[in-house]
Design a protein around this ligand. Sequence first.
Ligand code: DP6
Length: 319
Amino acid sequence: MTVVAIAHPNIALAKYWGKRPGAGNIPAVPSLSVTLAGLTTRTEVDLLPGTAEDRLTINGRTISCEPGGKTGNVFQELRELAKSEARFDVRSTNDFPTASGLASSASGFAALVVGCAAALGLDASTEQLALVGMRGSASAARSFFPDFAELVPGDDTVRVGPVPVAAGVDLRVVVAVTDEGPKALSSSEGMKLVARTSMFHEAWLAGAPRIYAAVREALGAGDFERLGPLVEESALAMHASCIAAGVVYFQPATLAAYATVRRLRDQGISAWATMDAGPHVKVVTRAGDVVAVVAALEATPGVLRTLVAAPGLGARVEA
Ligand code: DP6
């Protein structure tokens, strides 16, 4: 029987950028995100009896899932956990731009893991499954949880789970889409290059844990005025380390959207910008300011359209 799994991307308020040396795709720094309702990956999974190879399509295009690659490793880890030899046939679709800095790999791997685990009848906790998702894409581990989630590397283990927030936090994210095409350089490749060649990489690794801890505290206290500047600092510090290595995700429309966000703040509107491995700008705001933020972004040269998201559900099997 076909299993259908649903997951949403997430946007990091405190960014993950950089990996621990060695295997396992373990982040070098702690991160914290909001899961986005309204942007959805829908993934169908069937088990393939009697075949030797897994199959994966994303938006109808066949994707390689050879052993040793990201997806191949995730499939293999699921088989080992379930003590199964089964092969998977996975068909995934996104209702938002794929591989463009809108975290489609996060929702993609979260839905894939939840769907494949259900197809195998695997009995595992959400945390266990999230750590399998991390092997595919570390940010995916956070999309297993609703609302706010964190991924925290420790000395010997990695912790992943929900983050407590104060009642009444009415955070919204407005995404300013600036480009419909795929990004030039994947986050994995970008991270490698930056770790190897950026003179600011060590500074990022040293500073990111402080920003993460402060973001966590501000959310716990429901202190939006403290949260916003930290969200901007995390993204700008990450991109400063990237730019020093020639890894530039900014486009003219990105800078125009940042200027719009600063102007909104001058007008007393709660708006702070963040950005990932792509040119889109994600604006963290409050429910009551969404209309003003959308209007200002849509009037910004180069912004193609906006998407509005509230905190959303974690990855799940469709009932
Ligand atoms: C900028 O999770 O896509 O979005 O683990 O190599 O697949 P891999 O990287 P990925 O990186 C996400 C980077 C980011 C920040 C974040 O989501 O924390």
